[in-house]
Design a protein around this ligand. Structure first.
Ligand SMILES: NC(=O)c1ccc[n+]([C@@H]2O[C@H](COP(=O)([O-])OP(=O)(O)OC[C@H]3O[C@@H](n4cnc5c(N)ncnc54)[C@H](OP(=O)(O)O)[C@@H]3O)[C@@H](O)[C@H]2O)c1
Length: 236
């Protein structure tokens, strides 16, 4: 049985990933922060296939609790998905405070560096590849009006993905990023017709579609897909 570690598994894409992974016979460890009730509901449904850890990813001490858990329970992982992202509000650049920008970077960038660094030694030693999948966004490429505290963090993660994939080949770990376009989750529950019309396929994506892509990237079939970003955006 494979083991997957998912950050931000209580809602949205992360939650879909937790359910889909469990249905594909993964043991799932996921983190959450504020959504205790959602995390509890997920665990009640999935029972011993899942373990939820309450972690505020903006704090290194809290992040270390993930690794204390893995060490204490002698858990080794096959796949790490850095899914969680800071819940940003669209804000004009001149209204953005440096403290807010730093908070976004702490969760969306520095926490990911830290978690990847510490996860490597908890990855299984095996003949097939392990994988690290980082959640980016199409905003990394296109930027974003009133999104200047968020979009560049995703560009940073995509670039980290490329360089790191070259370093981790020797450890048989593939590193990938996934860039969703507009996905129907709480973060992006948009009923803006102009936005929908700007998507060639004429609809928002679903969290399940993104989750399926992530799980495919962790399969043997995707063995030669490495150090790259995969966009899932309905053609936008
Ligand atoms: N939805 C979209 O349209 C879209 C588009 C492009 C990219 N993405 C990316 O896809 C990923 C998932 O997005 P989503 O829409 O599914 O988000 P979401 O529904 O808002 O869920 C975000 C998850 O991250 C967790 N989280 C946020 N801040 C945290 C913190 N400080 N510490 C620990 N956990 C924290 C939340 O946990 P709690 O609720 O428990 O606090 C939640 O589980 C993100 O990386 C996002 O940037 C999404």
């Amino acid at each position: 049985m494979k083991t997957i570690l998912v950050t931000g598994g209580s809602k949205g894409i992360g939650k879909s990933l937790v359910f889909q992974a469990a249905s594909k016979d993964y043991k799932v460890i996921f983190t959450y922060n504020k959504s205790f009730k959602d995390a509890k509901k997920i665990c009640n449904k999935l029972k011993d296939k899942c373990k939820a850890l309450k972690i505020d990813l903006s704090k290194e001490k809290e992040r270390n609790k993930i690794f204390s858990y893995l060490k204490k329970n002698k858990v080794k992982i096959d796949c790490l998905v850095n899914n969680a992202a800071y819940d940003v509000k669209r804000t004009k650049f001149d209204k953005l405070k440096l403290t807010e920008i730093k908070k976004v970077y702490e969760v969306n960038v520095f926490a990911i560096y830290d978690i990847i660094k510490k996860s490597i030694k908890f990855m299984k030693k095996k003949k097939t590849w392990n994988s690290i999948i980082n959640m980016s966004s199409t905003a990394a490429k296109y930027g974003g009006k009133n999104f200047t505290h968020y979009a560049p963090t995703k560009a940073a993660i995509e670039n980290l993905t490329i360089g790191l994939s070259r370093e981790l080949v020797d450890k048989k770990i593939r590193v990938l990023s996934v860039s969703p376009g507009v996905i129907s989750t709480k973060l992006q529950n948009i009923k803006n017709k102009n936005l929908i019309n700007s998507i060639p396929q004429g609809r928002l994506g679903t969290a399940d579609e993104v989750a399926k892509l992530i799980l495919w990237l962790d399969t043997q079939d995707a063995e030669y897909v490495n150090g790259t970003n995969i966009t899932i955006s309905g053609g936008k």
